[in-house]
Design a protein around this ligand. Sequence first.
Ligand code: FAD
Length: 108
Amino acid sequence: MGLAAAAALGRAGRSATVLEQFEFGHDRGSSHGTARIFKVSYPEPQFVRLAQESLVRWRELEDQTGDEILMMTGMLDVGRIEGRREALKECGADFEFLAAAMIVLISQ
Ligand SMILES: Cc1cc2nc3c(=O)[nH]c(=O)nc-3n(C[C@H](O)[C@H](O)[C@H](O)COP(=O)(O)OP(=O)(O)OC[C@H]3O[C@@H](n4cnc5c(N)ncnc54)[C@H](O)[C@@H]3O)c2cc1C
């Protein structure tokens, strides 16, 4: 978040200094690893839009660095669906709702 904020300031023509208590690339932040969840499925449209916007930023970062940072593999979000369909529709997100029986079929 600190680096993203500093980068945003840089894009806005401001200078920023980021202070890190550990060494570069350390593994003592919130969470680490090569596989992480990236999703736009939220019941609140503002969070869906935030996630959509962040995807644009990830791709921009990839263009700037020449590295593939975020590889999407598809995702099955299981759980409460209240409000999600409406929020995803409102934000023009690509999604599909599956009934439980369909999920059993797909996983076989
Ligand atoms: C178990 C777990 C799983 C998660 N899984 C996911 C996931 O699948 N998908 C997802 O999107 N999010 C996930 N998250 C959330 C995600 O990890 C955090 O939202 C994100 O890392 C927060 O980034 P950050 O930069 O705010 O904090 P951090 O990544 O914690 O970075 C904070 C940095 O500040 C430094 N710092 C702290 N205090 C000081 C100080 N006083 N002086 C100098 N430096 C300091 C720390 O050393 C650290 O490098 C997960 C979180 C956890 C705990």
